[in-house]
Design a protein around this ligand. Structure first.
Ligand code: HEC
Length: 281
């Protein structure tokens, strides 16, 4: 009895120490967080059965093409990806026509250039990093290919722990969305260097002027609001697809594997019962 009691006391001490440590660490991490807390969005591709919304991806592509692509490259995306299953699913003819609008520069060709074809990678807006920096007050617009996976949001303590169980993986698009909709005036005591714009979400300036605003881009078709928030969500979804084009089949496969393992476990249990049924134990 006494033994048990002291063991319990020991257990709660260890527990308290661990909790204190994690609390302290998150406190430290939080002290560094500046800017706003991310407002999480409802993404069609969230959760175990989430899938991309084709219309949203098409709108997101439009924003990428008409705004972001004048500064940001997307080196891992080919034109033909835009007509693949699970993506924006433009028709092959649409993609051919789209590619034909672009020129590929290649010193090995006779004239040094040719029309792009669907198999080409998306042409970068600048030929070299130096050109890109020269046009952007010294900053390099990061490549979009996997940017949605290279960014994430910071959350307060219980949330990031819950995320393990809820399967939250939308930190990248949530980050991009919150970045795009939270430009504003810098606080009075902050003097921004030339070429920087203040962002309330980041809590600092960055070398990208607000690329989007209400009414900047007109969508074909009716019913989709032409607002900053809608644009931001659409382009963030598109960037998520670009970074993870096989997300949907990955989730499907995961579900199938888990179902299989579950059934297998049930069968193994029945087999075990059968084998041991007549053995005294
Ligand atoms: C006029 C050029 C320009 C345009 C247009 C532009 N960007 Fe940028 N972007 C930049 C530059 C430059 C940086 C790097 C900023 C820095 O490091 O301070 C950047 C950085 C970013 C970042 C990374 C921020 C971070 O976490 O470091 C994201 C995300 C981004 N841009 C998204 C977009 C989206 C989405 C669009 C289109 C709606 C867009 N950008 C349009 C120039 C541009």
């Amino acid at each position: 009895m006494v033994m048990n009691k002291s063991r319990n006391v020991f257990k709660s001490l260890v527990l308290a120490a661990v909790m204190g440590l994690t609390g302290g660490l998150t406190g430290l991490a939080q002290a560094k967080v500046v800017g706003l807390e991310a407002e999480l969005q409802k993404w069609s591709f969230a959760g175990v059965f989430g899938t991309y919304d084709v219309n949203q991806l098409q709108r997101g592509f439009q924003i990428f093409q008409q705004s972001c692509a004048s500064c940001h490259s997307a080196n891992l995306m080919s034109f033909r990806n835009l007509s693949e299953e699970g993506g924006p699913q433009f028709s092959e003819d649409q993609v051919k026509a789209l590619a034909a609008e672009y020129t590929i520069y290649d010193p090995e060709l006779e004239d040094g250039e040719r029309q792009a074809v669907p198999a080409d990678r998306w042409p970068a807006p600048f030929q070299t990093e130096l050109d890109a920096r020269a046009a952007n007050s010294g900053a390099l617009p990061p490549d979009f290919s996997v940017l949605a996976k290279a960014r994430g949001i910071s959350q307060k303590f219980p949330y990031w722990a819950f995320n393990y169980f809820t399967g939250y993986q939308e930190g990248g698009p949530d980050y991009i969305y919150n970045l795009l909709v939270n430009y504003g005036e810098p606080p009075a005591d902050v003097e921004l260097p030339d070429g920087q714009a203040w962002n309330n979400y980041l809590g600092r300036g960055l070398a990208m002027a607000p690329p989007l605003g209400d009414g900047f881009i007109s969508y074909d078709g009716e019913g989709v609001p032409e607002t900053l928030e809608q644009y931001a969500a659409d382009v963030a979804a598109f960037m998520m697809w670009m970074a993870e084009p096989h997300l949907v089949s990955r989730k499907e496969m995961g579900f199938r594997v888990l179902t299989f393992l579950f059934l297998l476990a049930g069968m193994m249990y029945l087999v075990k019962r059968k084998i041991w049924a007549n053995v005294k134990h």
